[in-house]
Structure formats: structure tokens, C-alpha cells
Design a protein around this ligand. Structure first.
Ligand code: DUC
Ligand code: ZN
Ligand code: ZN
Length: 505
């Protein structure tokens, strides 16, 4: 039980949140929380008065969310620029209860990793209003990158990378994936994989287009669930071959959840992420009049009600550890969804949906308040697990003494009818238009600063801080150096020279 003694500092505090329902360390504490110098300084009873007091009666006091998958000021694999910059994306995130984002610094072929990282760092520093780190998207794992640039980036705190198994401009073949995985294993980075079988999609898409099936709904047909589950299985096999953890991003299909669960049962270090679009949208949403369905096209695409149930089960039983937005905002015009106007086919349009602001409200309303998950699962899926997996714990993602005071006060009774006009991103539409959600993050703190209150932003452009991340916990090597579930793994690793990897026993 937290007592009045649970505090870092007995002096006057900068801010106190009073009478809230605080979720901390797997418990619910009814009481107060004090903030000092941007950090959580006391939890429980706070008898002192504070420079600023906030009454949280009837409110849940939760860690601010961490969105570990969002695309900001990024050119996509298809070459299109997304609609949000680091200002609009972080403002939108904060209004939705998120206080940390980890977007991507995206390498395209021909660009060097240091150039890419410097470019994203400069753009974010002058605009972000909440804290942020970066994953690196790696499209060109050549010798120089693998030997020098990538290890340097990882040591500089970019401790996770995303690789693609599809998209002509981004895709790595299996040998390249093995190179990246082996290097990540040596350096203690986590590899995130966009798992879709490129040739299956390309082959299906061409046959569909040849027959005149060009409408947005055919995006869902071309990106068959088997393309996803086959690639996930293959990515996991590649990762197991070199005994390196892997995280499958944006899991959409029920078969893919099953593939991941089976691998985990075998002892493989496989992690997974899913997103609102796979819980709250289906393929039917892409089947709307004209090109309207393009607003719901992302990759992998939303599937059906059975797949939604499978994703819920995966989130509930721990097969899927993180719930991210995969915010990929493209406007419904020639810059994104409609590059060829009325003649745009499903193959031409940018893939992605906006969701950075509604990610948490959707899960709070439809997951927590409707009883599918409890409040601790909500916190783990939206914040704590992201911090642990991406090297930000215990500073971020939890309410604990000494952690950054990144906090959201949720009013569980407030009903909000969703419309694009109330949101703060630049997509210009929302796939969740017209839905009514219950529960809303009314006050949001970032490092103790009140950044959202009374529906207003109170943070300066550029006041967010860059987060140099530690190694993800999962990438710490198994002390036995064995490949989980594969007894001959040690012999193989000795033969291929991976047993001498840094950090191995
Ligand atoms: N992959 C993503 O991660 N986001 C949007 C589209 C895509 O292909
Ligand atoms: Zn992806
Ligand atoms: Zn994405």
C-alpha cells in the first residue's frame, strides 16, 4: 500500500493532483499525486499544499500513452509525404492522452543513415510539443550501413529498426533480413517487421487490375490474410535461425495471431503489435461509394469480425503486447489518397489511416469501459509495454516515484461524438467519424507541464524532448546463449560465428 511516506522529496511540490483514482504498479490507489521538477514525487496522501492543485475527483489518473508506431513528416514506401509534421502530430497525440511518440526516421535507398537521422532530429526538435524518440526504417542494409552506421545509430539511442518484406522501394529479401537480424542481435536492438508477402500481393493486384477491379475495396483482396501470415511465419523462422527477438507490427489477421502465439509457445522471442483499425474497422469500410473507401485503406488492411475477435483475444491473453496507432495520415486529395484523381486505383493510393488522437479514447471506451480489458491491461497496452519494449522504462509509461510526470486524467463519464473537425491532425477526415465514445483525457501532463486542459493546448512548439533510448529488455541475450526451443541452436551459432556476439555468455 502506498503511504504518505512514498515520496521523493518532502519540500513544497510544484503540482498536486487530488482525489484521483491512480493506477500505479498494478494497483489502484485512491488519493493524491505530487509532481516536482517534472517527475512524480509522491503517490498516496499528500498533506502539503502545492504551487498548483488539480482536483481529479471521479477521474482516472493514468500514465500518458506511448505511441510506438506512427508516421510523422515521413515519405512513405510508395513515395508520398504524410500530412502531419512534428507539430500537428504531437499536438494531436497530446489531445488524445499520448505523451510520448516513437515515429520513424525513414531511410530510402540512396540515403545514408546518419543523414536521415540528422534530418528527422532537426525537424522534430523545432516542432514537437511532447517527448519523442525514433525507430530507424532500414531500406538499404549494405556493408557500410551494417558495419558502421547502424551500430552507431543503435549506440546513439535508436534501439529499434523497422524492415519491410513488401513495397518495391523498401523490401528486403530473406538474406538481407538475416543480415539485419544478426546485427541487431549483436548490438541489442529490436527488429520490427512489416510482414506481408510481396509477390503474393503483386501477383493478386496485377490480376485484379487486369480484370478492371480497381476500386479501394480491392486493396483488401490483394493484401490477402495469407500474405500476412506467411510472411509473419517466415520472419519468425528467420529470427529464430539467428536467435534474435522480433516484433511483428500492425497485426491484422487471425491466422497471424495464431502463427505468433504458436511461436511463443515454442519459446521463440516473438512480440507483436496491433492497432485500432484492426479492432474497429473491417474490409467493408473500404467498400464505399466512389473512392471514399480509400480513407480506410491501410496495409495490412482491416479484415472481418472474426479477425477483430482474434486481435482482441491476442491483446487480452498477452500474445500481442502493444497497441499503437500506426498513424499514417494522407489527405483525401492528390497528395495522398487520390494521386490520379478519379482515375486512382487501389494500387496508386497511399496506404495508411490517421489515428494518433483516437487510439487511446477508442480502447478506453470500447475495451475498458465495455469490460473487455481491465484498467491495468489498458495501461500496459497503451503505455507500459511500449516503454519496456523500446528502452524507455521506468522513466516513461508508468506512474511510479521518480518517473517523468507524463499523466492523463480521464473522465470516464464524458461522451464524445467523433468528427474530423474536433481532431488536431492534418488528415482532414477520420475513419471513426460519427461514432460516440465514452471517456476522454481532459487534462494531460508532459514532464509535469499541463499541456492540455479545458480543450486547449498549453505547450510551446519545440518544447518536447528527444529521448535517447536504452536497449529493449527483450534484446538482452539469453545467458545460456541457446536458441529457445531449438536445442541444436548453439552448435549452429558457433558454426556461423554468432556465438561470439556482444553480450553473449
Ligand atoms: N505500413 C505501415 O507501417 N504503416 C502504413 C502503411 C504501411 O504499409
Ligand atoms: Zn508497415
Ligand atoms: Zn506504420
Amino acid at each position: 500500500m502506498t503511504t504518505p511516506g512514498d515520496r521523493l522529496d518532502r519540500g513544497g511540490y510544484d503540482l498536486c493532483i487530488r482525489n484521483g483514482r491512480i493506477v500505479t504498479g498494478g494497483r489502484i490507489v485512491e488519493g493524491d499525486l505530487a509532481v516536482h521538477d517534472g517527475r512524480i514525487a509522491a503517490i498516496g496522501e499528500v498533506p502539503q499544499s502545492c504551487a498548483r492543485e488539480i482536483d481529479a475527483a471521479g477521474r482516472w489518473v493514468l500514465p500518458g500513452g506511448i505511441d510506438s508506431h506512427c508516421h510523422v513528416e515521413q515519405r512513405s514506401g510508395m513515395g508520398m509525404m504524410c500530412a502531419d509534421d512534428f507539430y500537428s502530430a504531437t499536438v494531436s497525440a497530446a489531445f488524445g492522452g499520448t505523451t510520448t511518440i516513437i515515429p520513424f526516421a525513414a531511410q530510402h535507398r540512396g540515403a545514408s543513415v546518419p543523414e536521415v537521422l540528422a534530418d528527422y532530429a532537426a525537424r522534430a526538435a523545432s516542432k514537437a510539443v511532447i517527448d519523442y524518440g525514433f525507430h530507424l526504417i532500414l531500406a538499404n542494409p549494405d556493408e557500410a550501413t551494417l558495419r558502421h552506421d547502424l551500430p552507431q545509430a543503435i549506440r546513439d539511442g535508436i534501439t529499434s529498426l523497422k524492415v519491410y518484406m513488401t513495397y518495391d522501394r523498401m523490401k528486403l529479401d530473406d538474406a538481407q533480413l538475416l543480415d539485419v537480424l544478426a546485427l541487431a542481435g549483436q548490438e541489442g536492438a529490436l527488429v520490427m517487421v512489416h510482414a506481408e508477402n510481396h509477390d503474393m500481393i503483386k501477383w493478386l493486384a496485377q490480376r485484379l487490375l487486369d480484370r478492371g477491379h480497381a476500386a479501394p475495396k480491392f486493396h483488401g483482396v490483394a493484401h490477402d490474410p495469407l500474405a500476412e501470415s506467411e510472411a509473419a511465419y517466415r520472419a519468425i523462422a528467420l529470427a529464430r535461425l539467428v536467435d534474435v527477438p522480433i516484433l511483428i507490427v500492425h497485426v491484422a489477421g487471425g491466422d497471424t495471431v495464431e502463427v505468433i502465439r504458436n511461436a511463443q509457445t515454442l519459446g521463440a522471442k516473438v512480440l507483436a503489435e496491433s492497432c485500432p483499425q484492426y479492432l474497429f474497422l473491417t474490409a467493408q469500410d473500404m467498400d464505399r461509394a466512389g473512392l471514399e473507401g480509400a480513407k480506410y485503406c491501410c496495409s495490412p488492411p482491416p479484415r472481418d469480425a472474426d479477425a477483430q475477435e482474434a486481435i482482441w483475444r491476442g491483446l487480452i491473453d498477452g500474445t500481442v503486447q502493444t497497441y499503437s496507432s500506426d498513424h499514417a495520415p494522407y489527405r483525401f486529395d492528390e497528395t495522398g489518397k487520390l494521386p490520379k484523381g478519379e482515375a486512382t486505383t487501389f494500387k496508386d493510393m497511399a496506404n495508411g489511416v490517421p489515428g494518433i488522437e483516437l487510439r487511446m479514447p477508442l480502447l478506453f471506451s470500447e475495451g475498458f469501459l465495455k469490460g473487455r480489458i481491465d484498467i491495468h491491461q489498458f495501461v500496459a497496452l497503451t503505455a507500459t509495454n511500449h516503454a519496456r519494449l523500446y528502452g524507455l522504462a521506468p522513466r516513461k509509461g508508468e506512474i511510479s516515484l521518480g518517473a517523468d510526470a507524463d499523466i492523463a486524467l480521464w473522465n470516464p463519464d464524458r461522451e464524445v461524438r467523433i468528427s474530423a473537425g474536433m481532431l488536431h491532425d492534418n488528415a482532414g477526415y477520420t475513419p471513426y467519424e460519427g461514432r460516440t465514445l465514452r471517456g476522454w483525457p481532459e487534462v494531460v501532463l508532459s514532464r509535469g507541464r499541463v499541456v492540455i486542459e479545458d480543450g486547449q493546448l498549453h505547450a510551446e512548439r519545440g518544447s518536447g524532448a528527444y529521448l535517447r533510448r536504452a536497449a529493449p529488455e527483450i534484446t538482452q541475450r539469453d545467458p545460456q546463449g541457446a536458441v529457445a526451443g531449438r536445442p541444436h541452436g548453439r552448435v549452429l551459432k558457433a558454426l556461423i560465428g554468432l556465438d561470439a556476439a556482444k553480450g553473449a555468455a
